[in-house]
Design a protein around this ligand. Structure first.
Ligand SMILES: N[C@@H](CCC(=O)N[C@@H](CS)C(=O)NCC(=O)O)C(=O)O
Length: 217
């Protein structure tokens, strides 16, 4: 069967899909697409020209949330979404919170300025990074810390796509040279450590970190 994931190694959304596929135990072919310079025909896979895009036989999908939702319905085991309506809805909420709110700060402000801009030979907007770290990110993390409480996962007692989405954003924060303050957000830091210790994350983090170190010289 043809199953391909198109994207770049350091994209948090591509990583989320990669980890999801690995947690499902699904084999796939990885196709490199640089989101800053996609191939001319990439619009056929995603008219928005964003990564990830996904192909399975004749099916073409884009957007990590859509790809994960498809994989869950097509390959229900092991489940990565709760089956009860309330748990399912809360999972989608936290997934969205990670993909949009945390992503805007951890990836688009910190990682993009500290890593991507440097690689593109453009200046890093360090003011934007500092605003993200000290003004924008903390209230979002305070909220998640309260929601997580002393539980292992964001929703119920199972690993869900929401945990994967959030932990994936924290990898980009790390690539940008920043870490969660474990004294201020202990539950969240422990959650990140648990997720990043799973083989699906630890293997990719090791490879990516070596790559980032090499790129940044
Ligand atoms: N909501 C989308 C976000 C995808 C996204 O923004 N990907 C970035 C790379 S991290 C991208 O392709 N950016 C290129 C662009 O927006 O032109 C998802 O979850 O897949």
């Amino acid at each position: 069967m043809t199953r391909r994931l198109h994207g770049a190694a350091l994209s948090p959304f591509v990583r989320k899909a990669r980890v999801f596929l690995k947690e499902k135990g699904l084999e796939y072919e990885s196709v490199h697409v640089d989101p800053n310079d996609p191939p001319a025909d990439f619009h056929r896979l995603n008219p928005l020209k964003r990564v990830p895009a996904f192909e399975e036989e004749d099916l073409v999908l884009a957007d990590s949330a859509v790809i994960c939702d498809y994989l869950e319905r097509r390959y229900p085991e092991p489940p990565l979404y709760p089956s009860d309506p309330a748990g399912h809805a809360r999972t989608l909420w936290f997934e969205k919170f990670a993909d949009y709110e945390i992503a805007n700060q951890a990836t688009l402000a910190v990682f993009r300025n500290r890593v991507v801009m440097r690689l593109l030979g453009r200046p890093c907007d360090e003011d934007k990074v500092q605003r993200a770290l000290h003004e924008k990110l903390p209230p979002l993390l305070d909220y998640l810390e309260g929601q997580l409480g002393d539980r292992e996962y964001l929703v119920g007692d199972m690993l869900t796509v929401a945990d994967i989405a959030l932990a994936s954003q924290f990898v980009n924060l790390q690539h940008g040279g920043e870490h969660l303050d474990a004294e201020r957000w202990p539950a969240l830091a422990a959650h990140r450590d648990r997720l990043h210790a799973r083989p699906a994350f630890s293997q990719t983090i090791e490879r990516e970190s070596a790559f980032v170190q090499k790129l940044m010289g």
